[in-house]
Write a protein that binds this ligand. Structure first.
Ligand SMILES: [Fe+2]
Ligand SMILES: [Fe+2]
Length: 282
């Protein structure tokens, strides 16, 4: 079975880097888990990785090493937490230690969810609600509620300077393997992976009001983003219509049903070789 990958940093725009890792989901493929560094006068880190990565036991070390390759953490001024799920907040406390100037932009609900396991220092929090904007070093970042999400506190952001929509869990896809950009994935594979992710991550999409969902998808179109940077998709350049078009069909796609106990036992048997032995002796 494939392992959690190491965190790989690479450039997606002159002022944006991605910190990318892949998390295997047995039987379903690999899920990209991304954080992003937006460079400028006041550098911003969007999310802080998963608490486990390919470096093993010292959970945050792989993420921190990748981060240090693209920026001195001490130079960070802002950390945007899109929501408090573990794959987004893994290294936040480590980074707060190494980035004494940095403040966390997030929502009241994310602060509340973080307080259940390890609270954020409140004097370093900046609360920004969807629809509100903040000027950071000559660029305006606006908090945006994405059309789909798996947690109530989710807020993505739009950066006017780079015309980038950081969409958090929205527009994610389960993939067969790593890809440098979303454009490198065949349209069929991307569509299938996107629908699988959308239906497992946001099963409430099957209950949405058509008009309300179409309106929220149109909000993304109106941004006319140059690129969409999802937490769970390789960087997507000028692919808004393709990504939005696929997500528009998620409410009527086949609902996701996870493996049951019989399927789990079958998977475990395959992993231990019991299935092979049983086949030989049958
Ligand atoms: Fe999430
Ligand atoms: Fe996520």
């Amino acid at each position: 079975m494939s392992q959690i990958s190491t965190v790989r940093p690479y450039s997606v725009a002159p002022d944006i880097d991605v910190l990318s890792m892949y998390f295997p989901i047995p039987g379903f493929g690999q899920l990209p888990v991304n954080a992003f560094v937006l460079k400028g006068r006041e550098p911003l880190l969007v999310d802080t990785g998963a608490p486990l990565d390919g470096e093993g036991a010292d959970a945050t070390e792989g993420f921190m090493a990748a981060l240090r390759q693209v920026i001195d953490p001490a130079d960070l001024r802002w950390i945007w937490l899109t929501h408090a799920d573990m794959d987004h907040v893994g290294s936040v406390h480590q980074i707060l230690e190494e980035a004494p100037q940095a403040r966390v932009i997030t929502t009241f609900l994310t602060v509340g969810r973080m307080s259940v396991f390890r609270p954020l220092p409140m004097d370093r929090v900046y609360l920004l609600n969807p629809g509100q904007s903040l000027d950071i070093g000559g660029r305006t970042v606006t908090s945006v509620k994405p059309p789909s999400f798996d947690a109530a506190d989710t807020a993505g952001l739009y950066d006017s300077k780079s015309r980038t929509f950081f969409s958090s869990d929205c527009f994610g896809a389960l993939l067969q393997g790593p890809a440098e950009t979303a454009g490198d994935i065949s349209a069929a594979d991307l569509r299938e992976g996107q629908l699988l992710w959308a239906t497992l991550d946001a099963p409430w999409l099957h209950k949405v009001d058509d008009k309300a969902f179409a309106a929220s998808l149109n909000e993304v179109r109106k941004m006319e983003p140059e690129r969409i940077l999802s937490s769970h998709l390789p960087p997507a350049y000028r692919m808004t219509e393709q990504l939005v078009g696929t997500l528009a069909t998620a409410p009527t796609a086949t609902p996701f049903v996870g493996p049951d106990q019989a399927a789990l036992q079958q998977m475990m048997a395959q992993l231990t070789g019991d299935a092979a032995r049983a086949a030989v002796t049958a």
